[in-house]
Design a protein. Structure first.
Length: 82
């Protein structure tokens, strides 16, 4: 459990640093996505929601990946390692 929490923290930090700037470029229609990756805590929550519960994968990840394909590394890395 400790290792999962550490991995979640690491991916969340990377999410804030790499995904949040790209989410800001999506515009006002994706405010939920922008908020989800704005802080480490909210990023941990959205990763937990998408990886463990399998919920809302397409609502934020897909538009961000379509806009900035290099962010796929963060989303895929999160899904594979956690």
């Amino acid at each position: 459990m400790f290792m999962i929490a550490c991995l979640l923290l690491i991916w969340s930090i990377l999410g804030v640093e790499l995904v949040y700037p790209e989410a800001l470029k999506l515009g006002p229609d994706y405010e939920k996505c922008q908020d989800s990756y704005s802080t480490v805590e909210s990023c941990m929550l959205i990763f937990f929601q998408t990886v463990f519960a399998g919920d809302s994968w397409g609502s934020c990840a897909i538009p961000i990946i379509e806009h900035s394909p290099h962010t796929f590394i963060v989303f895929a890395g999160t899904l594979i390692t956690i």
